[in-house]
Ligand binder design. Structure first.
Ligand SMILES: Cc1cc2nc3c(=O)[nH]c(=O)nc-3n(C[C@H](O)[C@H](O)[C@H](O)COP(=O)(O)O)c2cc1C
Length: 330
């Protein structure tokens, strides 16, 4: 067992979190993570309406008795989804933990706390983490430059971002971005984090309901096979390297405006990749951690292995460095 401030405060067996993932974090995956003793987050906005989210939460509750959460990603858009209605669905469904991301969580925090829902805010800079702690969030998940999705614009990798955040915060801290195995978990703990959030690694599990071609690609791809799109728009996103992402980068470099590439990056095209397995159909999200993925285990196998091997590294290889008898490793 690895016990940290995170496992104690949130009542989760292992310090391993599956972050919210648009189009990927659905009930079977989230329930499998919960049943494995980790903390999984459903993606609220994957559900087209707040009522659909209620149904998805109920489906997850049927699949597990353990705690799980919902990710609420709040992005500035021209026609925003009904966030307050999604929030209400989360609260009324009895979900105990929420992962907020995308922007300042202030608008939602008081309501969640008034109803006993704990909030983990995910962000990509120390200054936003400190702000979130001042607002009263229960924990912070900090996403390094390696991460899938939106790494922000500062380009600070986890090796610097995690200890910098740990120094600045008093609430429990999750290290996110680039983590895929026990070595990452031990490193995160050494850097001052209380656990890890993984996205990309959980895509390549038996219970993640994406096409097998995508999972196979995650095993085959290496750490270089991502693209950073939307840099020029200061809305950077790390996505899979494919024909579409390369075209988007090239056209923005040539001076195209967002309107010129809107069709290429449409979510409707991206979701087709996960459904059909056609890897070049649209933009799909993935992180550098794919370079560390070698197999497609069940969530139970993945979580058990990560925790067991982390203990072996700590009591074996690391203890041996100090010249003490190695506990488990040879
Ligand atoms: C397919 C995919 C979709 C994602 N969608 C979201 C999202 O909608 N909201 C969010 O806050 N994070 C999203 N993320 C980010 C993850 O929650 C997590 O922070 C990130 O994957 C950590 O980096 P890693 O992929 O290197 O583990 C997504 C990640 C992936 C892989």
């Amino acid at each position: 067992m690895i016990t940290t401030r995170f496992t104690e405060k949130f009542g989760i067996a292992h310090p391993i979190v599956q972050g919210g993932m648009q189009w990927v974090a659905r009930a079977p995956l989230v329930a499998a993570v919960a049943n494995a003793g980790g903390l999984g987050f459903l993606s609220a906005l994957t559900q087209p309406t707040p009522d659909d989210l209620r149904k998805e939460i109920a489906r997850c509750q049927e699949l597990t008795d353990r705690p799980f959460g919902v990710n609420l990603t709040v992005l500035p858009t021209i026609s925003p989804p009904p966030y307050a209605e999604y929030r209400k669905a989360i609260i009324e469904s009895g979900v105990p933990i929420v992962e907020t991301a995308g922007s300042n969580p202030a608008e939602h925090l008081a309501d969640f706390h008034a109803h006993g829902v704990k909030v983990i805010h995910k962000c990509t800079s120390v200054r936003h983490a400190v702000k979130a702690e001042q607002l009263g969030v229960d924990a912070v998940s900090i996403d390094g430059f390696e991460c899938a999705g939106h790494p922000g614009e500062d380009d600070i990798p986890g090796l610097v971002l995690v200890p910098a955040a740990a120094e600045a915060l008093t609430v429990p801290l999750l290290a996110s971005g680039g983590f895929a195995d026990a070595r990452g978990l031990v490193a995160a703990l050494a850097l001052g984090a209380d656990g890890i959030t993984m996205g990309t690694r959980f895509m390549a599990t038996a219970e993640s309901e994406i096409h097998k071609n995508v999972k196979r690609r995650l095993v085959e791809a290496d750490e270089r096979d991502t693209q950073l799109i939307f840099r020029q728009l200061r809305n950077t996103a790390r996505v899979a390297d494919n024909a579409i992402s390369r075209e988007v980068v090239q056209r923005l470099n040539e001076g195209a405006a967002f309107a010129d590439i809107r069709d290429l990056v449409a979510g409707a095209r991206g979701v087709k990749v996960y459904e059909s397995g056609d890897l070049d159909h649209g933009i799909w999200t993935v992180g550098m951690a794919q370079g560390l993925i070698r197999d497609i285990p069940t969530c139970a196998e993945l979580v058990e292995r990560t925790v067991r091997e982390a203990a072996e590294i700590i009591t074996g290889r690391l203890a041996a460095v100090l010249g003490r008898p190695a506990g488990i490793a040879s």
